[in-house]
Design a protein around this ligand. Structure first.
Ligand code: IPD
Ligand code: CA
Ligand code: CA
Ligand code: CA
Length: 264
């Protein structure tokens, strides 16, 4: 695979898809629900994923696409070249706020992340990386993350996990919230990951994410030294949903050990 050529092509279709999504605000957006009343999907999520599939298949028919909306073939292994795509990450923000949603793409070769992209569609801000080469924010190199103390950290977390819940010991999360400098919740996993990568957040915690939420982000994370694992400290499993913690390397282990206790 010619990495430079694929990188240029990926950027080209991401910018085009972004334009199409911005244009969609002039038309009717059809909103439906999926697994529950708060799990939204629109015709634009589906059309954007189809747009990517068509363009990628024209570019190279052997590349496969693992997308949230399942518009392509079934992908059950990461053999060969696989594009992991979330056409709109933050659909609720897309519907409600008309901003704060991202296109997220990771390109994997035999399961190894080679290229990563997170694109803020309304701001036209691109975070991207080429594995082993570097990471950029709108073409400016992103720096390695600098060490900091937990008391100085600003972390991304959904308020649900601070209330009693089935998945984790919320008392420990309350202790974390009291310890850190501040918390934020943006409603787009890819955006929160992009913020950790660029030092705007120092950690982001989620009880359950899917491969397409993080497929782009983890490739970029590696280049800036951000650590991304599941709650067992292991590499995220790209074929199923998993727990997820991405953090500045100075506080990743501490958060896992001291503040996260999963209920079994
Ligand atoms: C969702 C967003 C949200 C996260 C959910 C994801 P979607 O993605 O990233 O922030 O909390 O777990 O499913 O459905 O808007 O692509
Ligand atoms: Ca969704
Ligand atoms: Ca998503
Ligand atoms: Ca999505």
């Amino acid at each position: 695979m010619d990495i430079k050529q694929v990188d240029e092509f990926a950027k080209e279709i991401i910018f085009k898809a972004g334009q199409r999504i911005r244009d969609a605000f002039s038309y009717d957006i059809e909103i439906e629900t999926k697994s529950n009343a708060n799990d939204l999907v629109t015709n634009i999520d589906r059309e954007t994923e189809l747009f990517f599939i068509e363009k990628i298949k024209e570019f190279n028919p052997t590349h496969r696409i693992l997308g949230e909306e399942g518009m392509g073939e079934k992908v059950e292994s990461l053999e060969g070249v696989v594009w992991i795509i979330d056409p709109i990450d933050g659909t609720m923000n897309f519907v409600k706020q008309h901003r704060h949603f991202m296109i997220s793409i990771g390109i994997y070769v035999d399961g190894v992340g080679k290229l990563g992209y997170i694109f803020d569609v309304m701001r036209e801000d691109l975070f991207n990386a080429i594995a082993g080469v570097g990471a950029w924010y709108n073409d400016s190199p992103l720096r390695k993350l600098q060490p900091l103390k937990i008391e100085e950290a600003v972390i991304g977390i959904n308020a649900n996990w601070v209330t009693p819940n089935k998945r984790i010991n919320h008392e420990k999360i309350i202790e974390l919230v009291r310890t850190v400098r501040g918390t934020r919740s943006y409603g787009s996993a890819a955006m929160e990951i992009a913020f950790v990568i660029s030092g705007k957040l120092d950690a982001y915690i989620s009880m359950r994410l899917a491969p397409w939420d993080i497929g782009g982000g983890v490739v970029i994370a590696k280049e800036v030294g951000a650590v991304a694992t599941n709650f067992n400290g292991k590499v995220f499993d790209f074929l199923t949903a998993d727990t997820f913690l991405i953090a500045n390397p100075a506080i990743h282990q501490l958060i896992l050990e001291k503040y996260i206790e999963e209920k079994k």
